[in-house]
Design a binder for this molecule. Structure first.
Ligand SMILES: [Zn+2]
Length: 203
């Protein structure tokens, strides 16, 4: 069997201190040439601080707590697929949003996870500064660690504001990434079943 490449540590993330970011955004407004005291901007630093904390709240996510017992021992060995999981993230190069859909599948060995937990795992990693490739890999790796299935497949399609709003301005270009572990990496029929379930041609 081939080994799963790009193993990333996903279960233990450093916890961050809760800081008031408002003074930083106040200063940023000034440096951008704005007047932070004008009416529309008075509370903006506070609002941006709150928004940024939410958009990066994944750093505080405790995956074990989040899964919280929603693991079930069952005799089920068919593929489980959760399609079209919407996510919103921030690219770590520009701190601009990228967003799209993720399709997650796994082939259980003896354990399944509550279906609603999968979008929550996606959010826990999307709400950080990310690159799409790592986000995809982390979701796959986490499912692998938690459920210990025969294999995991994740496909991610996203559009990046840093491409849409600046530089190349390719407003309709999207990026696709995938992470295939275990049977999804080693067995073409498993991978093909996943791809057909999410309507993609084999890669
Ligand atoms: Zn970017």
């Amino acid at each position: 069997m081939k080994s799963n490449k790009a193993v990333v540590k996903v279960m233990h993330q450093p916890k961050r201190e809760e800081e008031d970011l408002a003074p930083l955004f106040h200063e940023l407004l000034e440096k951008l040439g704005e007047d932070p005291s004008r009416e529309g901007l008075v509370r903006t630093p506070e609002r941006v601080s709150t928004a940024m904390k939410f958009l990066t709240s994944g750093y505080n996510a405790d995956i074990k707590k989040l899964v919280n017992g929603a693991l079930y021992e069952v005799k089920y060995d068919e593929m489980v697929v959760v399609k079209d999981i919407e996510f919103f993230s921030l690219c770590e190069h520009h701190m601009l949003p990228f967003f799209g859909k993720m399709h997650v599948a796994y082939l259980p060995k003896s354990r399944v996870i509550g279906l609603s937990k999968i979008p929550r795992i996606v959010d826990a990693f999307a709400r950080r500064l990310q690159i799409q490739e790592r986000l995809t890999q982390q979701v796959a790796q986490t499912i692998q660690e938690i459920i210990d299935p025969v294999g995991v497949g994740v496909i991610c399609e996203a559009r990046h504001f840093c491409m849409m709003m600046r530089g190349v301005e390719k407003q309709h270009s999207g990026a696709m990434t995938s992470a295939m572990l275990g049977a999804f990496r080693d067995r073409k029929d498993t991978r093909d079943e996943f791809l057909s379930l999410v309507n993609y041609r084999s890669m």
